[in-house]
Ligand binder design. Structure first.
Ligand code: ADP
Length: 390
């Protein structure tokens, strides 16, 4: 099946046309700056395009995607649309898009204020522009719904869970689910026979404990701010730090929100960049801020891995994925050096190769397995869409 995968953000629409048989993307691109001054970028079998245009709302963005796919001779072959949705609230699996699903996504706007209204609007636009195609919503949180209560509750008054559904939800579920299946296949097993720690490390980062193929615990929480140190997000901090800064510097809630979401993490620690490539280069040239940021990122990651490992009886493999996990030799090596208690030992040669040449393995023979597995969230969204749309 050919599936159009849409990821509608607050000011952008990303798209990809995935062939679920070849597992290839036939076309991909994005519209950015919706509401400001639209910018389209796309590549497909006919041509690449890159232009500015008037794009006041998501409707113009979806129309631009439809027009481009028509020009790439792809439009008639598309049989279904899969939508990436950041927060699925109560949903435990992917759902066919109906008005009820759209209304529910809008009703949980407070959970992800920038994303949920954009997802709902994107679905309505896609229904308008592609009225005959079945549509499926695939939620970043759904894979984590198997966490037991002791893992998803926070130590705050229970009424906030009962009345307001404040709990750990977890994110990047599509990626954790995808690499779980891939890692199991590499080991020649079924996912339900495997226990993994999966580390998705990108601009946003999270780690999950996978028990017999299902999520038993994860580091992101009520929002994607919790857990690991990220590009610009702080990850978990002592909440009293916010009270202190507010009292001392007069920061209001919006200013604190900006500080922990946009000014912290690798960027805040290094004072230089949120980008691991830039930081690795700078650290090797002696930039102290970059060295501090990488060292802290890797230690805190190892510390969280040690924590969520307690959800498992054993670890069949530690799986690295995401832009940093798939590409940074330095981060993988440093993290594993911090995991000696669990017996991890990196094989430098395999780590430099990673990828398929080392059958994904980066650990030494005879030591606990660590591996690199490339994630493909669009493919999983397309496969779920195919399964649900039939
Ligand atoms: P997103 O969360 O936005 O999808 P990605 O998964 O693409 O992000 O990851 C982006 C991160 O991956 C950036 O910090 C980038 O520097 C890092 N990255 C990509 N390639 C490399 C590389 N070769 N070495 C180190 N870091 C890399």
């Amino acid at each position: 099946m050919r599936v159009l995968v849409l990821n509608c953000g607050s000011s952008s629409v990303k798209f990809a046309v995935i062939d679920t048989v070849s597992k290839e993307a036939l076309s991909s691109g994005l519209v950015e700056n919706i509401g400001v001054d639209g910018h389209f970028k796309g590549k497909g079998p006919v041509d690449k395009q890159d232009y500015n245009f008037d794009c006041p709302t998501h409707a113009e963005a979806v129309a631009a995607v439809q027009k481009y796919l028509g020009e790439q001779n792809l439009i008639d072959g598309i049989e279904a649309i899969g939508h990436r949705v950041v927060h699925g609230g109560k949903y435990i699996k992917s759902e066919k898009v109906t008005q009820e699903v759209i209304d529910y996504i809008r009703s949980i706007t407070l959970f992800a204020p920038l994303h949920e209204p954009a997802h709902a609007t994107g679905m309505e636009c896609a229904m308008k522009f592609f009225p005959t195609l079945p549509q499926v919503a695939v939620f970043d949180t759904a894979f984590h719904q198997t966490m037991p209560r002791k893992a998803f509750l926070y130590g705050i008054p229970y009424k906030f869970y009962e009345d307001d559904a404040i709990r750990r939800y977890g994110f990047h579920g599509t990626s954790h689910r995808f690499v779980t299946a891939e890692a199991a296949a590499i080991l020649g097993k079924k996912p339900e026979e495997c226990c993994f720690i999966t580390a998705h490390l990108g601009n946003g980062s999270s780690c999950s404990a996978i028990l017999n193929g299902k999520c038993a615990d994860t580091t992101m929480g009520f929002t994607p701010l919790d857990g690991l140190i990220m590009g610009t997000r702080s990850g978990s901090i002592d909440p009293a730090i916010l009270f202190f800064i507010s009292k001392k510097y007069g920061y209001d809630i919006d200013r604190l929100d900006k500080m922990v979401n946009k000014e912290s993490g690798l960027l805040g620690l290094s004072g230089l960049s949120n980008d691991m490539r830039t930081l690795s280069q700078a650290a090797s040239e002696g930039h102290v801020g970059a060295q501090i940021a990488i060292e802290t990122f890797c230690y805190k990651l190892a510390r969280e891995i040690g924590g969520i490992a307690m959800a498992l009886p054993r670890i069949d493999a530690l799986v690295f994925t995401g832009g940093i996990g798939e590409n940074s030799f330095l981060v993988r090596k440093t993290v594993m050096e911090n995991l000696k208690l669990l017996g991890y030992e990196i094989d430098d040669d395999r780590n430099m190769k990673s990828g398929k040449e080392s059958n994904h393995l980066i650990s030494k023979d005879g030591t606990p397995k660590a591996m690199v597995v490339a994630t493909n969230e669009e493919l999983l969204i397309a496969l779920d869409t195919e399964a649900m749309a039939k």
